[in-house]
Ligand binder design. Structure first.
Ligand SMILES: [Zn+2]
Length: 90
């Protein structure tokens, strides 16, 4: 099974980046949108999920791509927070 490891890294970073948002932090739809937007702007990193990767290797990749991932997520969060692609219930 191939898995895009960027998805994992993005999921790891998202919670801390949306904790101060008004809407997005409680909205699963918008969080999915943000992940999709960010993933589209980042190079996929496919790994064999069944072989697994040692934790230190993942940490290394995370550090290597951290600034790119955070930059893309911050942009996507701002966009979606301002323009959610669904009706917002108050
Ligand atoms: Zn939403």
């Amino acid at each position: 099974m191939l898995k895009n490891h960027m998805e994992v890294l993005i999921e790891n970073h998202l919670p801390s980046l949306i904790k101060d948002t008004l809407h997005v932090k409680n909205c699963e739809k918008c969080q999915n949108d943000i992940q999709a937007l960010a993933l589209n702007n980042l190079k996929p990193m496919y790994i064999m999920s069944d072989k697994g990767m040692v934790y230190t290797k993942l940490k290394e990749l995370d550090l290597q791509f951290q600034s790119d991932i955070i930059r893309e997520l911050v942009q996507a969060i701002a966009l979606v927070e301002e323009h959610p692609r669904h009706e917002v219930e108050l």
